[in-house]
Design a protein around this ligand. Structure first.
Ligand SMILES: [Zn+2]
Length: 76
């Protein structure tokens, strides 16, 4: 029962619902509450250079691409 992604094992444990519940209880990744790992770009999924101002939730690269489309007149 070893796999890189923990969701891959669900396929193996589908026939065993009790074991699946136990596996989820102990191996599910914890939900991030704070820090850079909790903020993700909603467009590409990048973690770095996050812009949360005005509730954009974009990385700087995506913001640069779509800033004019959203309605920003100037950006840096
Ligand atoms: Zn992005």
């Amino acid at each position: 029962m070893t796999s890189k992604s923990y969701t891959k094992i669900f396929k193996q444990l589908k026939a065993k619902p009790v074991k699946l519940a136990k596996f989820k209880k102990h191996n599910q990744p914890k939900k991030k509450g704070f820090g850079s790992g909790s903020r993700k770009c909603k467009r590409c999924g990048r973690y770095g250079a996050h812009i949360s101002k005005y509730k954009l939730n974009l990385c700087r690269q995506c913001f640069r691409e779509i800033a004019v489309k959203i309605g920003f007149r100037r950006y840096y």
